[in-house]
Design a protein around this ligand. Structure first.
Ligand SMILES: [Zn+2]
Length: 574
């Protein structure tokens, strides 16, 4: 059995069309159902499951529900999680039994089986909000794979055939909207996926330029605010994750490699544990606080294959992460500093945003005094921020209160991007200390924070929000030079050289096709400035400029003037 649990603000669903012949809706199931604050359990019962799977299923749901403090459970059949589904009667039976067992402690809703459903949900942003697990006899599930491994030495394969198999995959665009980031990504040469690495984007040359510019901006803005960048191993021995607690609570979402020396290594799913290690490398003093250790290392999380979705849900990604170590009296000033960074970042992309504060849950850890103090401060600075915010009482993580940042894109869709989370627990688990003014050892508080969130997801949203029209500073090609006729190529080449020497990302189209055609090609690539050189321009030593989105051409522009203006536009990140 495979399950994916989503801790949500709400879920709404309604059956639309029959997917299996012999299935009928039960009474009341045809209506739209809405459940607030649910733990949604997307479920695929598999061929290899026996009746005993029910207990395992219930146990795992209870385990996750207690960790995220959910009281409402939605059992939701979800065939996409497995290519190896059990027969429908058996699957329905298992889900009904689980429903009965869970109903003793929870309010349970079971979504209809065998129907295409429209559904809408809003997933929370905390680390346990999305978990996927494989249940049952794993050996049995992976039986064939184990055999393959045993026989690996004598395994024979035809590399040509394999190459043929893996070369087939192509983006199926039939059901995608035109501004879908997957289509734009392909059209603009930004990213692609390959079936040998599902959920792990390949960044193409134009995408790497975009990616690096976003990180460059992040780096500049953080360096001036006292952040120190670190980079740490992508893999650590499982011991690290046993100390941090990920091994117990997050193992099913980690890629784990077993070595011949009988050790387990984990690809890191989050940066926090390694940041703790760097803090702990030497005796720290109060004078070093706030100590802000930022990084953009690549992370990997094992999301089930059926749940991957372009850049929005991936297995490999980078965050603009930072772990800020502070003392209790720095909570206010540190949050205020981070709010300033948020304003700088989101306003530059024209994204509207608002805050969401989640406070102490029932099963919190740490002392209540610290919680109360921290929450009071957070409410105060949120009020002072002048931004819209809401308070979700009792919705915080067990380790500390947090402020999430929601933003709205040009299509009115809301996305949770940034998060600023206080954590009183992790420093304790790692026994971090610093020497305070009074000479005594104290435990710091750590503040986990991201502004873009995942860069992959941010780029996906940005592409759709702007319909591919990236601002000039992020554009992989900022200006393209066209020759009106072959006669003009020489002069056009000189113009291109001038642009390149000025540090502008420019290219050219000197094909012998018509100018209209060349302009159209440049427009498809959303190039911000198209420069045409014809006889008139050659004579006058000027440029004809077409600015993206403007119908009118500007004639007679001096190259120096254009370059100066463009350089200013790029430097100011307009
Ligand atoms: Zn963290």
């Amino acid at each position: 059995m495979k399950i994916l649990t989503l801790h949500c603000d709400y879920i709404r669903f309604k059956p639309v069309k029959k997917a299996l012949k012999n299935i009928e809706l039960e009474k009341g199931e045809e209506k739209q159902v809405e459940v607030k604050e649910p733990l949604v359990v997307l479920t695929a019962v598999e061929k290899t499951d026996s009746e005993k799977i029910v207990d395992d299923y219930v146990k795992n749901i209870k385990d996750i529900a207690s960790q995220v403090k959910a009281k409402n459970i939605v059992l939701y059949p979800y065939a996409h999680l497995s290519p190896n589904l059990a027969n429908p009667d058996f699957a329905v039976k298992i889900m009904k039994e689980a429903e009965t067992k869970l109903a003793k402690e929870y309010k349970v809703t079971r979504a209809p089986f065998g129907y295409y459903k429209e559904f809408e949900l809003k997933c929370k942003g905390h680390p346990l909000a999305e978990l996927s697990r494989i249940l049952g006899d794993v050996n049995k599930v992976a039986g064939s794979k184990v055999e393959v491994r045993v026989n690996a030495a004598e395994e024979k394969y035809d590399h040509k055939k394999l190459l043929e198999q893996i070369s087939k995959s192509k983006l199926d665009t039939r059901e995608l909207k035109e501004n879908d980031h997957r289509i734009l990504g392909q059209k603009l040469g930004i990213f692609m996926f390959h079936e040998t690495a599902p959920g792990m984007p390949y960044w193409l040359p134009n995408g790497v330029i975009l990616y690096n510019e976003l990180i460059k901006f992040w780096r500049e803005e953080h360096e001036k605010r006292g952040y120190q960048e670190i980079a740490s191993p992508l893999m650590n021995k499982s011991e690290l994750y046993k100390i941090s607690g990920h091994w117990d609570h997050y193992k099913q979402n980690m890629f784990i490699a077993h070595t011949d020396e009988n050790e387990d290594y984990c690809l890191k799913p989050m940066n926090c544990p390694n940041a703790m290690i760097v803090f702990k490398m030497q005796q720290r003093s109060y004078k070093e606080l706030p100590l802000r250790l930022s990084d953009t290392d690549r992370l990997h999380r094992f999301e089930r294959s059926g749940t991957l979705n372009g850049l929005f849900r991936v297995r490999g990604f980078q965050q603009d992460d930072s772990h800020n170590f502070i003392s209790e009296d720095m909570i206010e000033s540190e949050y205020k500093e981070i709010f300033k960074i948020c304003e700088r970042f989101y306003s530059i992309f024209g994204l509207k945003y608002s805050f969401r504060l989640s406070t102490r849950p029932e099963g919190f850890l740490g002392d209540i005094e610290t919680w109360n103090k921290a929450e009071k401060i957070l409410k105060k600075i949120l009020k002072e921020s002048g931004k819209k915010f809401e308070v979700l009482e009792g919705d915080g993580a067990f380790y500390g209160p947090k402020v999430d940042i929601d933003m709205e894109d040009s299509m009115g869709r809301k996305w949770q991007m940034g998060t600023i989370q206080l954590d009183f627990q992790l420093p304790k688990r790692f026994e971090l200390t610093y020497i305070d003014k009074d000479g005594k050892e104290k435990t710091p508080i750590v503040l986990h924070r991201v502004i873009y969130g995942s860069l992959e997801r941010f780029i996906g949203i940005l592409l759709e929000h702007l319909n591919g029209n990236l601002p000039v500073w992020l554009s992989p090609v900022q200006a393209r030079v066209l020759s009106f006729t072959d006669r003009n190529i020489k002069t056009a080449e000189k113009v291109l050289k001038k642009l390149e020497e000025a540090g502008i990302k420019a290219d050219s189209d000197f094909e012998s096709s018509t100018v209209n055609e060349k302009v159209r090609n440049a427009e498809i690539l959303r190039i911000p400035y198209i420069i045409t050189i014809g006889d008139k321009e050659e004579e006058a030593g000027t440029l004809a400029i077409r600015k993206r989105g403007e119908k009118k051409l500007q004639f007679g522009v001096k190259a120096e003037r254009f370059i100066e203006d463009l350089k200013r536009e790029i430097a100011n990140r307009l």
